[in-house]
Design a protein. Structure first.
Length: 327
């Protein structure tokens, strides 16, 4: 997109229309290194080079990206695939256009003193902390795979609706809590619990990992040729941002801090987070691998009498954006 075109679009914006190249991205959570690639791409001018004027909206505990997308508050959202496919089945025509994260960072972190060493035999009768708001779907699929009821009792597990903190483990309200490899696990360590006093079970290692932090738009957005061109530039610039962030974790962490208006983050924690995030990016150029998609769908369908989704989705992802971005 040329400077002249951008200037002409600016006149259209002054007249009340949206400027060509304008995109709004809604993040899944607060400003942190989990989203460093987007902030880095913005700081380094990668979006500008693609003719994209990106607005980044932080998330939070009261913000559901799928609802923001449905309400027209964003063009693109960062969301986990289980929540996205569940929303799609309920009628929200959202589509995955790119998948920066290749691996899952989700796991259960348990106190060793709880006696848990094998999920297949030791979860029964225990209280487990679980995030909700769409984040519970991988957990529910895992419990079904293990044949464990989530209604409590000696043969099932008691689900504690966990806030986005690690308090239930620190206060011993739960034997295990939900954590991410790049965030909450380290909060537990920083709170003074030694690593050798913990046992962790990564969803990836348990064969129940589903795709996280994909990029989603509404179907109607893909019917607008100008928006599609903008999305191609957005995805290409974003992946440049992710590559730079993975190679320069401390600089990326500082860029994240510069964009965090809360002042709640630290450089040490964000650098460590970026280092862990880089592991989840390995092997991805932003293109969604069909095998990874099918694995996620299979896991979500495996819920017995109460699966996360009832049928295999149709049209839930496209490769047209990444095909053009990386041809």
């Amino acid at each position: 997109m040329t400077r002249l075109m951008t200037g002409a679009a600016a006149l259209a914006l002054m007249a009340g229309g949206a400027q060509a190249g304008d995109l709004t991205l809604q993040l899944k959570w607060v400003t942190q290194a989990q989203f460093a690639g987007y902030y880095v791409a913005q700081e380094k001018g990668f979006y500008e080079e693609e003719g994209v004027n990106l607005t980044i909206l932080p998330g939070g505990p009261d913000i559901a990206p799928t609802q923001v997308l449905a309400g027209g508050g964003a063009d693109v959202i960062v969301e986990w695939m289980p929540a996205a496919l569940a929303a799609r089945e309920k009628g929200l025509p959202m589509v995955n256009i790119a998948q920066p994260f290749k691996a899952s960072g989700m796991m259960l972190t348990c106190l060793k003193e709880s006696g848990i060493s094998d999920p297949a035999t030791d979860f029964a009768g225990k209280t487990l902390g679980v995030w909700f708001a769409g984040n519970e779907y991988p957990f529910l699929s895992w419990m079904n795979t293990l044949g464990l009821s989530t209604e409590g009792g000696p043969e099932g597990v008691t689900v504690l609706k966990q806030g986005f903190n690690v308090d239930p483990l620190l206060q011993k309200q739960a034997a295990c809590i939900s954590t991410m490899t790049y965030n909450e696990y380290w909060q537990v360590i920083d709170a003074g619990i030694a690593e050798n006093d913990l046992v962790t079970f990564k969803y990836e290692d348990q064969g129940v990992a589903t795709l996280e932090d994909g990029l989603y738009v509404l179907e109607e957005t893909l019917e607008d040729s100008e928006k599609v061109t903008d999305l191609v530039g957005f995805v290409r610039a974003s992946m440049r941002g992710w590559q730079y962030a993975a190679e320069n974790p401390e600089e990326a962490a500082q860029i994240v801090l510069d964009n965090d208006e809360t002042g709640a983050q630290t450089l040490e924690h964000q650098t460590r987070m970026m280092t862990e995030i880089a592991k989840l990016l390995e092997g991805s150029d932003g293109t969604l691998a069909e095998a990874d998609y099918q694995r996620t769908v299979d896991i979500l369908l495996s819920g017995g009498s109460d699966p996360v989704i009832q049928a295999r989705p149709e049209g839930a992802w496209v490769s047209t954006i990444t095909d053009r971005a990386f041809d």
